[in-house]
Design a protein around this ligand. Structure first.
Ligand SMILES: [Fe+2]
Length: 286
């Protein structure tokens, strides 16, 4: 049976891709951010996942404003990226696990999440940058199932809806008959706003509250409407929806193993976390 070994949350700012390409890991500006991944690499070397289910939002590479699904799942054996215009190298293709994708799609539709199924889907920096940060080696040691959430064009799904989506994904993974070790990844955020009068807005206190609550009380965050969230976290801070889905997919009691919070990366509050699950820890020890 498939198991969930835990979760990783990380920011996906495009400038990170340029810093990786230019090997700026020890540059004083970047070092406090990149150091946050030392624990992620240590934890992955112990937990050895086979598949990553990645919750992210597309920024106009695969979907555009003319056709934008609320939830979309990749069902391909390989995912390519393309030049998005940020001046960062195009990622090499990432292998997909189409078998797990179709299992998740069947389970989600049965659970009344009417997802868009994508047998071809370009992945943008919201997938490729976290993947390069989490697995920095020359070859991908893992397959992915990308799950896209609309955080761009209103109306957006609620925090509660994304938490429930994640919970449905978590149940579906644990009903998959194949022996697979799965890690759940949520990308984006935390507080930031790229446009308008509040461009550059960051809310450290609110980010801390979110990082505290999401571990043991994620439902407490569902009281915020999307508009409340934008007030507190900035117009792009709604990318936290991806984190809510990631957290929802973590079954059993969840604990925070590591947290790195750093301001600023570009104009964003950057966070990197690792979450353990009771079920994952128990099965690792067995
Ligand atoms: Fe983004």
């Amino acid at each position: 049976m498939a198991i969930i070994v835990g979760g990783v949350g990380t920011t996906h700012v495009p400038a990170i891709g340029k810093a990786i390409a230019e090997k700026k890991h020890n540059d004083p500006y970047w070092k406090p951010f990149f150091k946050g991944f030392d624990y992620v690499h240590y934890w992955l070397a112990r937990t050895k996942p086979d598949v990553a289910v990645v919750f992210y939002n597309d920024h106009g590479l695969n979907f555009f404003l003319d056709k934008l699904p609320t939830f979309a799942i990749g069902a391909a054996n390989e995912y390519r990226s393309e030049d998005e215009g940020w001046g960062i190298p195009v990622s090499r293709p990432i292998p997909g696990d189409a078998g797990l994708s179709w299992h998740l799609i069947n389970a989600l539709v049965a659970d009344e999440f009417d997802v868009t199924m994508c047998q071809e889907m370009l992945i943008d920096h919201a997938v490729t940058i976290p993947m390069a940060l989490i697995w920095p080696g020359p070859a991908w040691p893992i397959k992915i199932v990308p799950i896209e959430i609309n955080t761009v064009q209103h109306p957006l799904p609620s925090l509660e809806r994304c938490l429930k989506l994640g919970r449905s994904v978590g149940r579906a993974i644990e009903s998959y008959k194949q022996d697979l070790r799965t890690v759940i990844i949520g990308t984006g955020g935390l507080s930031h706003q790229l446009d308008g009068q509040r461009a550059g807005f960051i809310n450290k206190e609110f980010d801390r509250l979110c990082l505290d609550k999401i571990v043991a009380e994620p439902d407490a965050l569902t009281g915020y409407s999307i508009h409340d969230w934008i007030k507190e976290s900035g117009s792009q801070g709604v990318e936290f929806l991806n984190w809510m889905a990631m957290r929802g997919a973590l079954t059993g009691r969840v604990s925070e193993l590591n947290r790195n919070y750093h301001i600023p990366i570009s104009n964003t509050a950057a966070a990197t976390v690792v979450y353990d699950t009771e079920s994952g820890a128990a099965r690792q020890a067995a």
